[in-house]
Design a protein around this ligand. Structure first.
Ligand SMILES: *Cc1c(COP(=O)(O)O)cnc(C)c1O
Length: 401
């Protein structure tokens, strides 16, 4: 074997000199100028830029209302509050997600129930949802993993049949399309995150979009300690200074500084997504014919926004496990990742009584998945490096013919 093919993990030359992360923000001078303008203005928080950002996101996704929060997790918490989730209520979600999708239920005293995934899309399986519905079920939190929308029509139908609220975790799916409609107007409430690895960033930040006025009002109040100053909502009125705290809310406000960054970033979103798609297609073209790798599913009725590119390893064709391949790719300076460890594997959830074996398909997927770098600030050389590294590592660990 030539020295070029010797894996970096065994002392060979890595495919690239410097480390390539799996995700990263794209900021330019225009973004910085928008933020500076707010810093020089009158309002750092609770000012007019927040409403402008909310209106732009609502318009972009085609929803009536949007309420921005300090982060996506706070937004999910608020959505669970607005949905009226409380002690004794069950909420069905996917185990293959970030812990926040289930933690928001725990914050309200509710019980997360994990439904297994579909093997092709890696999203929650509607049949599994139906199987788990009880008299206590109150809501469903589907996750649009990687930016590929979940089976939203089926989920909506189940929700209507059983009078459940759907809170869509679309942290990965800003700009994704389901049956010709943008994600963000299709569920009762939809959450987007603006963490730096997501499609657009505000540093930290999140938003709920909804078409329901009732949810909108509760979200607004929850974000600000449960306080209202709206005279038509007050139970009493002592004068112009008067406000009432009518429910237990939090300080989950976003700042005008962040909102300014969000507005500037949103103007670039469609270009960001186009670049992500081009890169994902390049990965598909490179890996499609490798029998050791299963590429992400593409469905005709929905268009992914390509937040993540996940390969699934076919261990019938490989001599080692996921860990060896993962570590070898890292040594080639490719910032691989795993999205996600099943939520109920976490020690906190194990302590609540969840057990391994609960969702066999999700658990099998977890053993076989690796996330490759994908973000718009990558260039074509970066993409080529990832492809070269994957081919190098996979061919080394494959069974010979
Ligand atoms: C990022 C993310 C969240 C949480 O968003 P934050 O803004 O980081 O709080 C929730 N769910 C999923 C699937 C995510 O990827």
């Amino acid at each position: 074997m030539s020295t070029n093919n010797k894996l970096a993990i065994y002392g060979g030359k890595p495919v690239r000199k410097n480390y390539l992360p799996y995700g990263k923000q794209w900021l330019d001078d225009g973004d910085i100028q928008r933020v500076v303008n707010v810093l020089k203005g009158d309002y750092l928080t609770t000012g007019p830029t927040i409403g402008m950002f909310e209106k732009e996101i609502a318009d972009y996704v085609g929803a009536k209302y949007a309420v921005a929060f300090s982060n996506g997790t706070a937004a999910l918490h608020a959505a669970c509050f607005a949905a009226g989730i409380g002690v004794g209520d069950e909420v069905i979600t996917s185990p293959i997600t970030f812990v926040a999708s289930a933690n928001c239920v725990l914050y309200m005293g509710g019980t997360p129930v994990f439904a297994d995934i579909n093997d092709q899309t890696y999203n929650i399986d509607p049949q599994e949802i139906e199987r788990l519905i009880t008299a206590k079920t109150k809501a469903i939190i589907p996750v649009d993993l990687t930016g590929l929308p979940a089976n939203l029509d089926c989920i909506k139908e189940i929700a209507q049949k059983h009078k459940l609220i759907v809170i869509e975790d679309a942290a990965h799916a800003l700009g994704a399309i389901y049956k010709d409609k943008k994600v963000g107007s299709l569920s009762d409430m939809t959450m987007f995150s603006f963490h730096p690895v997501k499609h657009i960033t505000t540093g930290e930040g999140g938003i709920i979009t909804t078409n329901k006025e009732e949810h909108y009002q509760r979200l607004i109040q929850f974000r600000n300690h449960g306080i209202t100053r709206e005279t038509n909502k007050l139970l009493d009125n002592h004068g112009p200074w008067y406000y009432e705290m009518q429910m237990l809310g939090y300080n989950y406000r976003i700042t005008d500084i962040q909102a300014a960054l969000g507005i500037s970033q949103l103007s670039k979103l469609d270009n960001f997504i186009r670049t992500r798609k081009d890169y994902a297609q390049a990965y598909n073209a490179a890996f499609r014919d490798m029998e050791q790798i299963i590429c992400p599913a593409e469905l005709t009725d929905r268009i992914s926004s390509w937040h993540l590119y996940i390969i699934r390893l076919n261990f019938d064709k490989l001599k080692v496990g996921r860990r060896e391949i993962y570590e070898a790719l890292l040594k080639e300076n490719i910032g691989v990742n795993v999205h996600y460890i099943p939520v109920y594997y976490q020690p906190y959830y194990q302590g609540l009584g969840y057990f391994k074996g609960l969702c066999p398909k999700a658990e099998k997927l977890y053993e076989e998945m690796i996330t490759l770098p994908l973000f718009p600030a990558m260039n074509w050389q970066d993409i080529k490096d990832v492809i070269d590294a994957v081919e190098k590592v996979i061919s080394y660990y494959s069974y010979g013919d």
